[in-house]
Design a protein around this ligand. Structure first.
Ligand SMILES: [Zn+2]
Length: 168
């Protein structure tokens, strides 16, 4: 399956809302493979990143693919059911920024998410800390929201090399 081009910050396509996946869509598998292959390629070439949302490659459906150190999985038609009152600050970046810079923003420390897996099985899971902020980032993409939208202090932008020097 082909690796797709990632749409970059500034392109209005990233601002459009995605719609629900229909599991009977005959092209679904092809799209899911494209999303997976694109993330694998990006992780290899950018040496960073844990997930990709379908609208980043121009497929406007509610799908996210995660490739974490211990597991990889699809999250289809996700919905945040609960957000903890507690927030925390994170350094966030995005393949849509070519991971050239990071922004420091606030995210919920804990969320409960309902989603469907690749076999259309409904799941409800609680995520905390680094997974919580990752999933919030990805679900934002489905709603046309980017990490930079959460920036409250314009001074909290840092180039990747500087971020690696200071925080890695
Ligand atoms: Zn992103």
């Amino acid at each position: 399956m082909p690796v797709k081009e990632v749409i970059l910050l500034g392109n209005s396509e990233l601002r459009k809302k995605s719609t629900k996946v229909n599991f009977s869509d005959e092209n679904l598998n092809d799209h899911l493979h494209d999303l997976r292959d694109t993330l694998n390629y990006l992780q290899k070439t950018k040496k960073i990143g844990r997930a990709i949302a379908a609208p980043q490659i121009g497929w406007k459906r509610n799908v996210i693919f995660y490739n974490l150190p211990k597991k990889s999985f699809y999250m289809i038609n996700p919905k945040i059911l609960f957000k903890s009152g507690e927030i925390f600050e994170v350094w966030d970046s995005c393949f849509c920024f070519e991971v050239a810079f990071f922004v420091q923003i606030e995210r919920y420390k804990k969320i409960e998410v309902e989603y469907f897996d690749r076999e259309a099985v409904k799941k409800v899971e609680t995520f905390t800390d680094d997974l919580s902020e990752l999933i919030q980032h990805e679900i934002d993409h489905l709603n046309g929201i980017l990490a930079t939208d959460h920036l409250k202090d314009p001074k909290k932008i840092i180039m990747r090399s500087e971020w690696e020097r200071r925080f890695k």
